[in-house]
Design a protein around this ligand. Structure first.
Ligand SMILES: Nc1ncnc2c1ncn2[C@@H]1O[C@H](COP(=O)(O)OP(=O)(O)O)[C@@H](O)[C@H]1O
Ligand SMILES: [Mg+2]
Length: 339
């Protein structure tokens, strides 16, 4: 009997289109003799499109409208053996959809509620990383209500970190709402921007100089494995939205051009982070590497990384000996095993 898979794509975050592209790749790659796949696209408004509308959205690349209310749409999920929530960012990668599927008793690919929520929140993730002894840049947190009531207290936290620093919404991804703040004169605008997206904001000291960016793929449940290390290089001040999503702006190097000890260190840190956040299935863990001092800092862990055939995560596994279709089939197996 074929395993019936429900592939969820699109969603309400800024990575709606990225998710649909990833879903197209997964659809093509899943061996049709083993799996029967149904795709449901979730619109930008959070509505669940039917089968026909979903196919249309897959070919047009986005769903701006249509669909039924989430709870009605989700009721069909019970007809499947496994759900693959190929959704990025808030309302998809942050434990919300994972909670719905857990309540429904349906196995799904990737981390559960706890791992998804904790990894998505930059402040929570940093607290967990600190407890696990992972090296990271100094940071401070602030609430929107504090920024309104006592802006000087928030400005003082920035002074404490020093400049340049980064200001980021705690829960967003894809670099939306993130600013690099070069001097105090730029701070208020950066905080106003970040707080327009989120109640909670993180301020982060910048690494000493522009870092190199290393990424590792993790695969597995209780006994996770780390892929080879990859590197992203780009010609921009930081890895912002445009650089991320404009074809040709960033280059992938697999394996990363770093000493073997550094690569080993990064893989070990990635596994520690994965376990500390209680992740399952898959994750891509991102690091900053400062070549001059030979130091490595963990940046973040993504529980549902970009998944097109040319995305970093599948490429890392390909270089580690697992083809794209083998990787997808393995993720389905891991979802069933977790159950
Ligand atoms: N503390 C930092 N020091 C140096 N560069 C940073 C720092 N924080 C973020 N960046 C740059 O900004 C990019 C986006 O930040 P990140 O926290 O990864 O946001 P997102 O979750 O949206 O991907 C990073 O890939 C890096 O280029
Ligand atoms: Mg990032």
């Amino acid at each position: 009997m074929k395993t019936r898979i429900l592939l969820l794509a699109g969603g309400q975050s800024g990575e709606h289109e990225v998710s649909i592209n990833s879903a197209k790749s997964v659809l093509e790659a899943l061996p049709k003799d083993q799996f029967e796949i149904t795709t449901r696209v979730i619109s930008k408004q959070g509505r669940w499109l039917g089968a026909g509308e979903s196919l249309q959205a897959l070919s047009s690349g986005a769903a701006e409208s249509g669909g039924e209310l989430m709870l009605a749409g989700a009721s069909s999920a019970g007809e499947f053996d496994v759900v693959f929530p190929l959704l990025h960012g808030p309302m998809g990668e942050d434990g919300t959809v994972q909670g719905l599927l857990t309540l429904g008793g349906i196995p799904f690919v990737g981390s559960g509620v706890l791992g998804s929520a904790a990894a998505m929140d930059k402040i929570m993730a940093k607290q967990v990383f600190a407890a696990a002894g992972l090296p990271q840049v100094p940071y401070a947190a602030a609430l929107r209500s504090e920024w309104r009531a006592a802006p000087d207290a928030v400005r003082a936290r920035a002074e404490g970190l020093g400049y340049p620093l980064f200001v980021k919404p705690a829960n967003l991804g894809s670099s939306v709402g993130i600013s690099k703040v070069r001097h105090p004169g730029e701070l208020d605008a950066a905080l106003n921007l970040a707080f327009s997206y989120d109640r909670r904001v993180i301020l982060e000291a910048m690494t000493q100089g522009k870092p190199r960016e290393l990424e590792v793929g993790i695969l597995g449940n209780d006994a996770p494995r780390a892929s080879v290390v990859g590197e992203l290089s780009f010609d921009a001040e930081f890895y912002d939205y445009d650089t991320k999503y404009t074809e040709g702006r960033a280059q992938m190097h697999i394996p990363a051009r770093v000493p073997a000890e550094i690569a080993e260190q990064v893989r070990e840190y990635a596994l520690t982070a994965y376990r500390a956040l209680d992740c399952a299935g898959l994750a891509r863990v991102d690091f900053f590497y400062l070549e001059d001092s030979g130091t490595v800092f963990i940046n973040e862990l993504n529980t549902m990384p970009g998944f097109t055939t040319t995305s970093m995560y599948p490429k890392l596994w390909e270089a580690s000996g697992l083809s794209y279709s083998e990787l997808v089939a393995r993720l389905v197996e891991l979802a069933l095993e977790a159950r």
